[in-house]
Design a protein around this ligand. Structure first.
Ligand code: CP
Length: 309
């Protein structure tokens, strides 16, 4: 079997279309496995994985841990808040101490753009980027595309609008790369202040009118306003943001067609999306979470095949 073209998963921009196809086919197999009464396979019994989270996470952290356990890997977990990072230990010292315990694969979330690339140049382990600052979140984009493929049959030719805080989003950039690699059309929609200036250089159109964006698309991927990354005000008030860019059932009912609603989480209910929409049958938000386990099993499995034992 042909393997991945990359040695680490640092970002979607390093992958090609064959890599995505291979990850999806492998995830199909693992999705079948995790729906069996015995949800575990012995594939990675000889592999040790460290999950290093320097930023908060619910879905990604739990999903990686579950994926690793379903593959029978040995797993150690590290959260910066309860570690010696608080005493001033550097990233490299932290990781080298963990690697001294004979770790094969490091899954890392970090607040700094390029933290995964930096690590891959300095340590002898496979690195999986679980989100680096406002840059990339590759496994999220893979599970998002996989969920679109599952719901609509394919990603090719589909029209996807990413709505919300594009500027601070690693999910947006990874999704743009992944969707375009698979032949989808991508637009972004949000306040001008939350759309990065470089976006058109990626072949992405900007639509500032939410109604027009939703009329155009097959799928709306709705993003959270990331207040924690904002040092200045990007829009007058949350109330105004919701009025102009919030997705509610009335807007969807007036479209005259049923679009698919996605959200990577965590959701600000009542801000970028109402509870009614998030919990409706148009929403595939929990399917995304379910698919995250199979996608992460596939990525870990494929990278582990490259490790010489
Ligand atoms: N989607 C996502 O990355 O969620 P968490 O921050 O909870 O991992």
């Amino acid at each position: 079997m042909q393997g991945l073209s990359v040695e680490h998963l640092l970002g979607i921009k390093y992958l090609n279309a064959n890599d995505i196809d291979l990850i999806f086919k492998t995830a199909d197999h693992f999705k079948e496995v995790i729906n069996r009464p015995i949800k575990k396979v012995p594939s990675l019994r000889d592999i040790t994985i460290a999950n290093l989270f320097f930023e908060n996470s619910t879905r990604t952290k739990l999903s990686f841990e579950l994926a690793e356990k379903r593959l029978s890997a040995d797993v150690i977990n590290f959260s910066a808040g309860q570690s010696s990072v608080k005493k001033g230990e550097t990233l490299i010292d932290t990781v080298n101490n963990i690697l001294a315990m004979k770790v094969d694969i490091v899954v890392m979330r970090h607040g700094n753009v390029g933290a995964g690339v930096f690590l891959s140049n300095h340590v002898n382990a496979k690195i999986i980027n679980a989100g680096d600052g406002t840059h990339e979140h590759p496994t999220q984009a893979l599970l998002d595309s996989y969920s679109i493929r599952e719901k609509l049959g394919s990603v090719k030719g589909k029209k996807i609008v990413i709505v919300g805080d594009i500027l601070h989003s690693r999910v947006a950039l990874s999704n743009i790369f992944a969707l375009q690699l698979q032949g989808a059309q991508v637009k972004v929609c949000g306040p001008t202040t939350l759309i990065p200036k470089y976006i058109s250089s990626l072949g992405v159109e900007v639509e500032n009118n939410l109604k027009k964006a939703l009329e155009w698309c097959d799928v709306a991927n709705v993003l959270r306003v990331q207040h924690e990354r904002m040092e200045i005000k990007y829009f007058p008030s949350t109330r105004e943001y919701t009025q102009l860019f919030g997705i509610n059932q009335e807007i969807l009912d007036n479209l005259g067609k049923k679009i698919v609603i996605m959200h990577p989480g965590p959701i600000n209910r009542g801000v970028e999306i109402t509870s009614e929409v998030a919990d409706s049958d148009q929403s595939i938000i929990l399917n995304q979470v379910e698919n995250g386990v199979a996608i992460r099993m596939a990525v870990i499995y494929l990278l582990a095949q490259q490790i010489k034992r």
